[in-house]
Design a protein around this ligand. Structure first.
Ligand SMILES: *[C@@H]1O[C@H](CO)[C@@H](O)[C@H](O)[C@H]1NC(C)=O
Ligand SMILES: *[C@@H]1O[C@H](CO)[C@@H](O)[C@H](O)[C@H]1NC(C)=O
Ligand SMILES: *[C@@H]1O[C@H](CO)[C@@H](O)[C@H](O)[C@H]1NC(C)=O
Ligand SMILES: *[C@@H]1O[C@H](CO)[C@@H](O)[C@H](O)[C@H]1NC(C)=O
Ligand SMILES: *[C@@H]1O[C@H](CO)[C@@H](O)[C@H](O)[C@H]1NC(C)=O
Ligand SMILES: *[C@@H]1O[C@H](CO)[C@@H](O)[C@H](O)[C@H]1NC(C)=O
Ligand SMILES: *[C@@H]1O[C@H](CO)[C@@H](O)[C@H](O)[C@H]1NC(C)=O
Ligand SMILES: *[C@@H]1O[C@H](CO)[C@@H](O)[C@H](O)[C@H]1NC(C)=O
Ligand SMILES: *[C@@H]1O[C@H](CO)[C@@H](O)[C@H](O)[C@H]1NC(C)=O
Ligand SMILES: *[C@@H]1O[C@H](CO)[C@@H](O)[C@H](O)[C@H]1NC(C)=O
Ligand SMILES: *[C@@H]1O[C@H](CO)[C@@H](O)[C@H](O)[C@H]1NC(C)=O
Ligand SMILES: *[C@@H]1O[C@H](CO)[C@@H](O)[C@H](O)[C@H]1NC(C)=O
Length: 693
């Protein structure tokens, strides 16, 4: 049967060719962009890095895979977000139960994230992660949860017979190690050519005729091509790679989120992996930073990782395009059929004191704590969590948590050694828990392929040891000998970093952020081996206690939009600065409108802007929305007190744009005092795109 598959799938687009389907497959996608103004971005932990518009919309991409008899299924979701979180998964499960009963549960739903650092934050249920958003942001959480539900609903409704193919390749020049001095302490480094994973693992999903349904790939690289000065919502390099692949498969110009082919660029063991491939340099002198400490003159602030591009947009585009091109190549040539059962295992794992044996010695993990080096940040975002000192402003959130910082016990200090504890989060429970004690662990199986969702950021070598251990366990327990294991990072719970024991001893950022102590990685390996054994032998994994659902006790930071206004004689949607008459390729159209706060309505599954093209029949056709790479929607108050604001829309015209007449519109909602927001819109003058001589 192998040759039949080869004939059917070696071409990218359909070759009419029907053969029996091994699985039922469905893919779905939905907008999760959320509050594109005045909300802290999740990732860099930078106070003051607030959303102020949209470059790329964010999406939830869902895949439901069931066996051909429709007996067992799982749903894998990849979010354009910084991380999966306990609050997201718990809220999603509540809603899924209401819609589908017991079809989708904690056990067979995995919610992973791409790790973009350019999305609205505040959706995690533990205090530490809501510090820089000054509290919980329920708006961010709700949009993500609703979008996941819509994407799963779409995947569920589109479930159809189909086949899955595996491919694996190597992608060079798209990632480097940002903590090589820690990696070097790993005694097993000699087994590997590179100090980051270059492997690019891909699943291709097609229907019975061989038409593409979707694709998931896993490649380890941080979503930090856009740096901590950015305020435009963006999916970063993986979000743009998804955009490129979906445009390619659904047709250029398809409105993002509306095509049937869904392409997820999922995250893997990215802990010490940066997309800023030129390395880290001192911003003042241009010289390389201190190798061991990533400092310039003893201080971390000026040491920055530099992307391959001339600015962060070009760097994002370069790293995205490399992933897209590799994905397309591997998708086009995928020929190894995935065959065998669909299955899963899941368990909540209490990490406060997980005891196990390493080389005949009993060791254990510790209640969570963050080390001092965590506060130094990384070369992707120096000085993360640098609190503003001597800040005297009042804030309800910080009033409550102030003075609650905990003195770690002697036992805790010993347990985390050599980490020097900065925040004893595992013993801090006011106003609620500061970090996760119980994490969500899981394995999803489709045939010989096993996805290992993990609750955080495994470093390169941690991931390698973990995959080896799981792979060996599966094979030893009778799993097919062609087994493949991939790590799905940042899934279900966020429990920070996971370094090797040796990297931990160096206590760079990743080691300082390995929160359950030096044996964290080996504890995970010990536990996942048990689950892998259960999966391979058909035994159930014992059920354990779920973590607390803290969504109802969250303390939000109030940031209501009171009212919007515009200058006397103007209206919402009026043009402030109009377009020019004509433009050539490589020029940028800019138009500015009087606007309202984007938080009045997120325009979910819609847009704040359109670029329209005049058709020969005299009708206008939408050519671009705010979800395209070549448009940017930027929003700012002219003055906070008056409530006046301007939306600046730009469109970069490239050589593929046909000559003709175009216009740009802006859509939004404005808030009258004491009333609910009302829609408005406005349109630029018509302009021409001309072919340059
Ligand atoms: C598969 O089973 C589920 C739940 O039993 C059901 O809702 C669904 O309609 C079935 N789908 C197909 C394609 O048979
Ligand atoms: C989309 O555009 C790219 C270049 O911008 C081109 O290579 C590709 O073939 C186009 N795809 C389709 C389906 O038209
Ligand atoms: C980094 O630290 C190691 C010791 O851990 C030392 O041997 C090495 O010389 C240092 N490298 C640099 C470039 O300072
Ligand atoms: C972020 O990137 C921009 C270029 O796009 C650059 O001007 C700026 O210095 C960078 N900032 C940091 C903190 O890296
Ligand atoms: C951790 O568990 C071990 C046994 O598994 C026990 O001996 C030890 O007292 C526990 N430590 C704490 C701090 O609870
Ligand atoms: C804190 O700020 C106050 C004034 O706002 C100033 O008087 C004081 O010196 C500052 N203290 C430090 C340690 O910076
Ligand atoms: C697991 O084992 C199989 C078969 O020996 C091998 O092909 C695969 O590359 C291994 N590694 C992973 C990460 O799956
Ligand atoms: C992919 O290939 C690499 C070698 O390039 C190998 O080490 C790795 O185990 C493979 N991954 C999987 C999931 O098969
Ligand atoms: C648009 O017109 C203004 C003023 O006429 C001019 O300064 C600007 O360069 C023009 N922009 C483009 C992209 O042609
Ligand atoms: C536009 O820019 C691209 C890339 O810089 C260049 O190759 C092309 O020649 C330019 N086109 C025009 C019309 O200027
Ligand atoms: C999203 O928008 C598309 C196109 O306008 C529409 O067909 C679809 O029903 C919308 N989805 C939801 C859930 O509103
Ligand atoms: C734009 O606003 C006008 C009212 O000012 C309304 O009649 C029209 O339907 C709106 N257009 C769109 C596309 O929303």
């Amino acid at each position: 049967m192998f040759p039949i598959y080869l004939v059917c799938v070696l071409t990218l687009f359909s070759v009419p060719c029907v053969h029996s389907a091994n699985y039922l497959i469905g893919a779905g996608i939905y907008d999760i962009t959320g509050p594109a103004a005045e909300v802290n971005m999740m990732g860099y932990a930078m106070l003051g890095q607030l959303t102020n518009g949209i470059h790329l919309r964010l999406f939830s991409r869902a895949f439901v895979i069931a066996d051909a008899q429709n007996k067992t299924r799982f749903a894998f979701v990849s979010l354009d977000a910084c991380m999966g979180s306990q609050s997201i998964k718990l809220e999603v499960l509540k809603k899924l139960k209401g819609i589908y009963g017991s079809l989708y549960t904690a056990e067979n739903v995995a919610i992973s994230a791409t790790h973009t650092h350019s999305g609205p934050g505040g959706y995690l249920q533990y205090v530490l992660f809501d510090v820089t958003s000054l509290g919980f942001v329920s708006e961010s959480l709700n949009v993500i949860v609703d979008g996941i539900i819509e994407s799963i609903r779409m995947a569920h409704d589109r479930l159809q017979p189909g086949n899955i193919f595996f491919n694996n390749g190597t992608l060079l020049e798209a990632n480097i190690n940002r903590s090589p001095s820690a990696y070097e302490f790993n005694p097993d480094k000699a087994h590997y050519e590179y100090n980051v994973d270059k492997q690019f693992v891909l699943l291709k999903m097609v229907d019975e005729q061989g038409h593409g349904i979707g694709m998931i790939n896993w490649f380890a690289v941080h979503g930090t091509s856009m740096n901590n000065t950015n305020g435009l919502v963006s999916g970063d390099n993986k979000g743009y790679a998804s955009f490129l692949m979906e445009q390619y498969m659904n047709g250029n110009g398809t409105i993002p989120g509306q095509g049937s082919f869904v392409a997820a660029f999922a995250q893997s063991n990215l802990g010490d992996v940066t997309p800023n491939t030129r390395g880290a340099f001192c911003a003042d002198t241009g010289l390389p930073c201190d190798y061991n400490h990533s400092t310039c003159n003893g201080r971390n602030e000026l040491c920055r990782g530099i992307g391959p591009g001339k600015d962060m947009f070009e760097s994002t585009a370069i790293i995205a395009r490399k992933q897209f091109e590799k994905a397309l190549e591997l998708y086009s040539s995928a020929s190894v059929p995935v065959t065998g059962p669909v299955d899963f295992r899941q368990a909540y794992l209490d990490m406060r004191n997980y005891s196990f044996e390493v080389e005949g010695k009993t060791v254990h993990t510790c209640p969570s704590a963050m080390g001092k080096s965590f506060a130094a940040g990384t070369t992707d975002g120096p000085g993360a969590f640098n609190f503003i000192q001597n800040d005297t402003k009042d804030d309800p959130f910080w009033d409550i948590v102030r003075n609650l910082l905990h003195d770690p016990s002697e036992e805790q200090v010993k347990c985390h050694y050599p980490k020097s504890i900065l925040l004893d989060t595992g013993e801090m429970h006011e106003p609620y828990d500061w970090q996760a004690s119980i994490v969500d662990t899981q394995l999803l199986r489709v045939g010989q392929f096993v996805i290992a969702p993990v609750p955080g950021e495994f470093t390169t070598m941690s991931g390698r040891r973990f995959r080896l251990a799981v792979n060996e366990t599966l094979k030893a327990a009778g799993f097919p000998t062609n087994s493949q294991v991939v790590i799905a990072g940042l899934t279900n719970t966020y429990a920070d970093y996971i370094t090797t024991f040796e990297e931990y001893s160096v206590q760079r950022y990743e080691g300082g952020s390995t929160i359950y102590g030096p044996h964290t990685l080996n504890a995970y390996i010990d536990h996942y081996k048990k689950m892998a054994n259960d999966l391979a032998t058909g035994h159930p994994t014992p059920q354990t206690t779920a973590p607390k659902d803290l969504v109802d006790v969250q303390i939000p930071f109030p940031r209501p939009v009171l009212f919007d206004s515009h200058p006397f004689g103007k209206h919402f949607g009026d043009v402030n600065k109009d377009v020019n008459g004509s433009y050539k390729a490589n020029e940028t159209v800019v138009v500015q409108f009087w606007s309202g706060n984007p938080r009045n309505n997120y325009m979910t599954n819609s847009t704040f802007l359109t670029v329209e093209q005049l058709q020969t029949n005299g009708k206008w056709k939408v050519f671009r929305t705010d979800a395209f790479w070549d448009t940017k929607f930027h929003w700012a108050h002219t003055s906070a007190l008056s409530g006046e604001s301007l939306a600046t829309i730009s469109w970069d015209i490239d050589a593929t744009v046909p000559a003709g007449s175009y216009r740009i519109s802006h859509f939004g909602y404005h808030k009258p005092l004491f009333e609910t927001p009302e829609p408005f819109n406005g349109t630029s003058s018509i302009f021409k795109v001309v072919v340059s001589p």
